[in-house]
Design a binder for this molecule. Structure first.
Ligand code: VG1
Ligand code: CO
Length: 543
């Protein structure tokens, strides 16, 4: 078999963002573009000779072509074996599960998560290390450095492989195993949750809907919810993965999952509704006419963790990304557990989990997970909620109301301004930074400012430091205003404004979050000059 060395030139802009390298499909389709990046990954991850690589993606347009290139490059670069999901499919959490279970050296996941898919939309790739989690910043920075001076890559000159039949074969001297993408993951879920109790709940007339949004969770949700747990056919909506995600935007929030939202807020609404994103790592949880914020969901899971068999022995601690509300902190404090605050992105949780410091992690961006894998996990969160509902036998809304009575309510909202001019977006953050010296001690939105900073994180395990992770205005009463630029977009800039206000008084827990935060919202846009600088008078998406 012929191994080729292809001479190439560097491409600009191959720096991985919050979650891998994401670009428009036509950028990836340029000759050598993907191969350059893959070679830069292989050149940055150490000695993997003879080891196993896991490969799979969310099924979006260009997934299959990308996998063919990666398989041939893995063979030429000396991997001993590749495990690839049938049809090229592996959800992000399933890829993490497979890496861990089969002790792979690492994995390449092809996804741009919830970003739209199709020939004119987005594609993405990220590398996960042997613990199953996203490569930490030192490694992604090494990959980026390598993309800047790369001059050749190695690839096997051979035919494409058939990804649609499970089984093993040899490709250019390397073993390839096409695996069922669901079975390892489903077995892991069965080991964590009480499937008998959930089956009984579902058989008792309890109604639910799961919206896979035409993305990767369709086969997983159908096999687990309708197959193993016996939920009626039709429980899973939009369960057929499509290369363009049905033309939709598979981001499980109140704006983009509107089909599910209409059902959950309509007549005869089911008791429980949930959705996941393009690559299966996000989740949205809804009750009958009730929305659970992701920050609250993490707090509820932490407070009720011992109700699920996989966590019956208790949890070691909790971690949340900095912009995520402090609702989980209150639960951790009451349970005497540590709570860590990390920068945005799942890669910062891996060290904490590996060191046994935390069991549950979450982000305000509809991400929740645990140390069962090293990624956030959409279906895992749905099953955890179902397990809690099966034990507590109460409506979702009642569980939240009781939670707030016990811990207080952290009113929370995120306002996204998408597709903003990059210079204007930087200027918004700079305007807030410019006031850091004078703001502390002054009043804003009826609250006294205690401190302002650019969030910086020192990893407690390896001591690495990540700076400039969000501009924060912190208040004495625990309220917060945070300005941050997205690291996952592919065109223009996205400003994320995160707002939080704590309310202990249970007579005031029934407000709409936008009403409860109205004064903070006005104050934040004045403080930052957001409207003038961006020309936008309202956010693109509110979650
Ligand atoms: C966003 C979210 C972040 C999440 C990341 C990847 O990043 O805010 O919390 O970890 O997406 O999620 P950013 O930099 O755009 O704010 V996923 O489901 O897109 O892999
Ligand atoms: Co995702």
């Amino acid at each position: 078999m012929l191994m080729q060395t292809v001479y190439t030139k560097p491409f600009d802009g191959q720096r991985p963002g919050t979650s891998g390298l994401r670009k428009k499909v036509n950028v990836f389709q340029q000759p050598h573009y993907l191969a350059n990046f893959v070679q830069a990954v292989f050149d940055s991850i150490g000695d993997f000779h003879g080891q196993t690589l896991v490969v799979g993606g969310d099924g979006r347009f260009y997934n299959r072509e990308a996998i063919q290139i990666i398989l041939k490059m893995a063979a030429a670069n000396g991997f001993g074996k590749v495990l690839v999901g049938q049809g090229g499919i592996l959800s992000t959490p399933a890829a993490s599960c497979v890496i861990r279970k089969h002790q792979a050296y690492g994995g390449l996941i092809l996804s741009a998560s919830h970003n739209p898919a199709g020939p004119d939309e987005d594609f993405g790739i990220k590398y996960n290390i042997g613990n199953g989690g996203p490569a930490p910043e030192q490694i992604t920075e090494a990959m980026y450095a390598r993309t800047l001076d790369i001059d050749h890559y190695k690839i096997a000159d051979c035919d494409d492989v058939d990804l649609d039949q499970t089984g093993s074969f040899v490709l250019a001297g390397m073993q390839v195993e096409v695996i069922d993408p669901v079975s390892d993951y489903a077995a892991l879920m069965q080991s964590l949750f009480d499937f008998d109790a959930i089956s009984k709940l579902l058989a008792s007339g309890f109604s639910m809907k799961f919206d896979a949004m035409h993305a990767v969770t369709g086969p997983y949700a159908t096999a687990i919810l309708e197959g193993l747990l016996g939920a009626p056919a039709g429980t899973v909506m939009n369960g057929e993965p499509k290369e363009d995600f049905g033309g939709g935007h598979p981001d499980p929030n109140l704006t983009y999952a509107h089909e599910l939202v209409e059902i959950m807020y309509g007549d005869d609404a089911p008791a429980f509704g949930a959705a996941s994103d393009g690559d299966g790592d996000r989740n949205m949880i809804l009750g009958d006419h009730f929305f659970v914020t992701p920050s609250d969901s993490l707090a509820v899971l932490a407070a009720n963790a011992t109700l699920a068999p996989g966590y019956a022995g208790g949890i070691a601690g909790v971690a949340r990304s900095m912009p995520t509300s402090a609702a989980a902190d209150r639960v951790a404090a009451s349970m005497g557990l540590p709570c860590f605050e990390t920068p945005t992105g799942w890669k910062f949780f891996g060290n904490l989990m590996d060191a046994g410091k935390v069991t549950l992690c979450g982000e305000e961006s509809f991400g929740t997970g645990s140390n069962h894998v090293r990624e956030k996990d959409g279906l895992w969160a749905v099953l955890f909620w179902l397990n809690i509902l099966a034990v507590r036998n109460e409506p979702v809304a009642d569980i939240l109301k009781k939670h707030w009575q016990q811990f207080g309510r952290n009113y929370y909202s995120r306002h996204d301004y998408e597709g903003v001019d990059s210079v204007a977006a930087e200027a918004v953050l700079e305007q807030v930074r410019d006031q850091f010296a004078t703001l502390p001690g002054t009043m804003l939105a009826g609250r006294r400012i205690s401190a302002c900073d650019d969030f910086s994180y020192t990893d407690p395990v390896d001591g690495s430091v990540s700076r400039n992770q969000g501009v924060r205005v912190l208040f004495e009463d625990g309220s917060r205003m945070i300005f941050r630029l997205s690291g996952t977009g592919t065109s223009g800039a996205t400003i994320r404004l995160y707002l939080e206000s704590y309310e202990a008084d249970s007579s005031k827990h029934g407000l709409d979050a936008q009403d409860a935060l109205a004064d903070m919202i006005v104050a934040a846009s004045r403080l930052s000059g957001l409207i003038d600088r961006t020309g936008r008078d309202k956010p693109t998406v509110i979650t």
